[in-house]
Design a protein around this ligand. Structure first.
Ligand SMILES: [Zn+2]
Length: 444
C-alpha cells in the first residue's frame, strides 16, 4: 500500500522525467490568472524613453495595463512579482534561427549525429532559445519534423519560443546539406512546385537559399503570395540581392553581414526606399569568432553541458579543437575586415532592420546568440534602444504579428523578459535574463 509520501515520491520522480524530456504540460504549470510585474525599468519596444519604477499587469495571456507603478491599479487577486532593480522589455524576436543545429563545430560531422535524434535536438534548441529570452523565433531551414516541434511548443508540450518555420529551403545548389533540409530545383517551374508542396505540408513561410535565379525566386514568390505566405531569401552577392529585390522577396536574410565587400549605394538605396526588411545576422561569424579566440572558455557553456547527453557534450568539445581551421570559419578573417564597413551600410542608410542570429551555426549557441547579435548591431551603429526595438517591435512587424507581439502595451500578448541591469548603458546585460514570460506564463 502506498502512503502519502510514496505518492509524493512517485509524483516527483515522474515530474523529474518529464522535465528531463523537456516536456511540460502548460495546464500543469502555475498559471495565475493575473500577474503584476512591479518596480523595474520598462522598455516597451518603441524607440521611446523608458518608464522608471514601472508596473505591467497581465490577465490570462494579455497585457492589460502598463505605466509607472504609482499610477497603475494592481488587481487585488494578482500575483505580484517584484522586478525592482531590473529591466523589463518585450520578449526577443529572432528572425533567423535553426533548431536542427546547436553550435557543433563542423556541419559535415553533425549531420550523421543528428540523423536519429532530430526532434530531441530541436527540443533542446527551442528550450535554450526561450531561456535566453527569445519568445518568438523564425526557423529558416530544418527537416519537416520541425512541424511537430512547432506544434508541440504551441500546444504546451515542449518549452520554446512561438515558432514560425520554413522547413526545408529551396535551392539550386546546396550539395553540402542532407536532402531533408532542402528541396533542390533546376527550373522556376520546379521552384513553384516545391513551394506549393511545402505550403501543403504546413510551413509558415518559405526560404530560398543560394543559387536561385531571379525567375526562380519570382516563381516562389508568386506561389507563396497567392497563398498568403512570405518569402525569406538568403542573399549575399550584389547580383543575388538585385535578383531578390526584383523578384519581390519579402525579407532579405544575411545581406550586409560582411560576406561581401560593401554594396553599391544604388542597391542600398533601392532596398531602403522599398522598405524591404533586412535581417543581417552579423554576429554569427564575425563577432563570435574573435570572441572565441579571446575567450575560448565560452565554448564550455554550462547550459550546453546541462542540456546535452555527456557523450554528445564531449563530441561538441572535440569539434571545437583547432576551430580556426574549421571549414565554417575559412573566410571569417576577411569577413571581419569587410564588416567594418559592410555591417554598417544598411544601418547608416536607415533601412528597415530586424534581428536574426543564424542561431545554432558553429559556436553560435542558442544560449547566447540573441544578445551577441543585438550587441553587434550596437557596435555597427545602432543605439541600444534602436537595437532593442529592431529585435522586438520590428521583428514582430516583419512577420506580420505587429498587432499582437513586439511591444509591451495593453491588448498585446504577454511576452516579457526581465534582465539584470540597464541595457541602455550596456547592451550586453541582455545576456543576463532573469525571467521569461511567454503568453502570460512564467518560464524562468
Ligand atoms: Zn541560416
Amino acid at each position: 500500500m502506498m502512503g502519502k509520501y510514496s505518492y509524493r515520491a512517485v509524483f516527483f520522480v515522474l515530474a523529474f522525467f518529464l522535465s528531463l524530456n523537456g516536456i511540460q504540460d502548460a495546464s500543469a504549470q502555475q498559471r495565475s490568472n493575473k500577474i503584476a510585474l512591479v518596480g523595474g525599468m520598462l522598455l516597451d519596444g518603441y524607440e521611446a524613453v523608458p518608464i522608471h519604477h514601472a508596473a505591467v499587469v497581465i490577465e490570462g495571456n494579455r497585457i492589460t495595463a502598463v505605466g509607472p507603478a504609482s499610477e497603475i491599479d494592481i488587481p487585488e487577486d494578482a500575483e505580484v512579482i517584484s522586478t525592482e532593480g531590473l529591466t523589463m522589455l518585450p520578449g526577443i524576436v529572432d528572425l533567423h534561427a535553426h533548431l536542427m543545429i546547436l553550435g557543433h563545430g563542423e556541419y559535415s560531422e553533425w549531420w550523421p549525429i543528428l540523423e536519429d535524434k532530430k526532434e530531441e535536438m530541436m527540443a533542446i534548441s527551442a528550450k535554450q532559445l526561450l531561456m535566453a529570452g527569445v519568445t518568438t523565433a523564425v526557423d529558416l531551414g530544418a527537416p519537416l519534423e520541425i512541424l511537430n516541434v512547432r506544434d508541440n511548443i504551441n500546444n504546451g508540450r515542449l518549452l520554446g519560443p512561438r515558432m514560425f518555420v520554413s522547413g526545408p529551403w529551396i535551392t539550386r545548389s546546396g550539395r553540402r546539406f542532407p536532402s531533408h533540409f532542402q528541396r533542390r530545383i533546376s527550373s522556376p517551374e520546379e521552384a513553384a512546385e516545391q513551394a506549393n508542396d511545402l505550403i501543403d505540408s504546413g510551413v509558415d513561410l518559405i526560404k530560398t537559399w543560394s543559387g536561385m535565379t531571379e525567375d526562380d525566386i519570382r516563381a516562389v514568390v508568386e506561389v507563396a503570395h497567392s497563398r498568403g505566405i512570405k518569402v525569406h531569401s538568403h542573399l549575399y552577392s550584389p547580383e543575388a540581392m538585385w535578383a531578390g529585390v526584383r523578384a519581390g522577396a519579402d525579407v532579405i536574410q544575411h545581406a550586409g553581414s560582411g560576406g561581401n565587400p560593401p554594396y553599391s549605394d544604388d542597391l542600398i538605396a533601392a532596398i531602403a526606399h522599398r522598405g524591404i526588411p533586412i535581417v543581417q545576422t552579423i554576429a554569427h561569424r564575425i563577432w563570435i569568432y574573435p570572441a572565441t579566440l579571446e575567450f575560448p572558455e565560452r565554448l564550455q557553456d554550462a547550459r550546453l553541458k546541462e542540456d546535452l547527453p555527456p557523450d554528445l557534450y564531449e563530441e561538441f568539445q572535440r569539434s571545437f579543437e583547432g576551430f580556426h581551421r574549421n571549414s565554417y570559419f575559412r573566410t571569417t578573417p576577411r569577413q571581419m575586415r569587410l564588416s567594418k564597413i559592410a555591417a554598417r551600410q544598411f544601418i547608416d542608410a536607415n533601412a528597415t532592420i530586424a534581428m536574426g542570429t543564424d542561431s545554432g551555426s558553429p559556436m553560435n549557441f542558442h544560449t547566447e546568440s540573441a544578445w551577441r547579435e543585438i550587441s553587434a548591431l550596437v557596435d555597427s551603429g545602432m543605439t541600444p534602444i534602436q537595437a532593442i526595438s529592431a529585435s522586438t517591435k520590428t521583428g514582430a512587424e516583419v512577420i506580420g504579428l505587429g498587432s499582437d507581439l513586439g511591444t509591451i502595451e495593453p491588448g498585446k500578448l504577454a511576452d516579457i523578459i526581465v534582465v539584470e541591469g540597464n541595457p541602455l548603458f550596456d547592451i550586453n546585460v541582455l545576456g543576463y535574463v532573469r525571467m521569461v514570460i511567454k503568453d502570460g506564463v512564467r518560464h524562468k
